[in-house]
Design a protein around this ligand. Structure first.
Ligand code: AP5
Length: 210
């Protein structure tokens, strides 16, 4: 089982929420380009400063930056048996570059309508100590950690609308691209978190012979 898995879907679909289950099931490390970019922003690197401008506006960071990050990440030893990509690829050029450097065995698409996305993203809260993801209504944090939760800077209604537009114009066409290659499996993401998780797990078991 040396191939990689791609978790695909619009912003707020639940990719980060479900990633842990796939990591537990497969042992593959999670590679989230959003997390890698936020780490670079926090570290104050030149690349982070450049990426921040795009992220704050809800736009995609240029392909050359993202592909460079992924090429470097895949040289690390834990990537040798494939990884779980979360939020990558997001454009057809990114998918084409990925196809040259790694084998993608399964693309799991979590489908959620736009009207549910805004509520999910605006209500999201993150635990900066553990990286755990919560929602003020759908997945409340335990009261003892509530005071340390943070809200992502790009989780405003205005930025979500820009992110959704970028998704529909630049990322959604990838579903067809992967479907034509027989790799896409779609999941209804508009159901409770545990049910989405069960469907994701079934998809991994079916396509990856876990
Ligand atoms: P990134 O961090 O990847 O953000 P995103 O794709 O917009 O995805 P999110 O993290 O917002 O959502 P998610 O699907 O992980 O949902 P979550 O599980 O948190 O990217 C940020 C930015 O970086 C981009 O805008 C871009 O600028 C840049 N970038 C990153 N990768 C790039 C790339 N490859 N190319 C170019 N630019 C790139 O869930 C959301 C909320 O919903 C949570 O509160 C959760 O509790 C709740 N929730 C989850 N599931 C359910 C459910 N079933 N029912 C109810 N609530 C739920």
């Amino acid at each position: 089982m040396s191939g990689s898995i791609v978790l695909f879907g619009p912003p707020g679909a639940g990719k980060g929420t479900q990633a842990g289950r796939i990591v537990d099931l497969t042992g593959k490390p999670q590679v989230s380009t959003g997390d890698m970019l936020r780490t670079a922003v926090k570290a104050g690197t030149k690349m982070g400063a450049e990426a921040k401008v795009y992220m704050d506006a809800g736009l995609l960071v240029p392909d050359s930056v993202i592909i460079g990050l992924i090429e470097e990440r895949l040289t690390q030893s834990d990537a040798v048996n494939g990884v779980l990509f979360d939020g990558f690829p997001r454009t057809i050029p990114q998918a084409e570059s990925l196809a040259n450097i790694a084998v993608v065995e399964s693309v799991i698409s979590i489908e959620v309508p736009d009207d549910a996305i805004v509520e999910r993203i605006v209500g999201r809260r993150m635990d900066p100590e553990t990286g755990d993801i919560y929602h003020i209504t759908f997945n409340p944090a335990p009261s003892e950690i509530e005071s340390r939760l943070i809200q992502r800077k790009d989780d405003t209604e205005e930025t979500v609308r820009a992110r959704l537009e970028a998704y529909h114009t630049q990322t959604a066409p990838l579903a067809t691209w992967y479907s034509e290659r027989g790799l896409l499996i779609s999941i209804d993401g508009n159901q409770p978190i545990d049910q989405v998780g069960d469907a994701v797990e079934d998809a991994v078991r079916t396509t990856m012979s876990v």
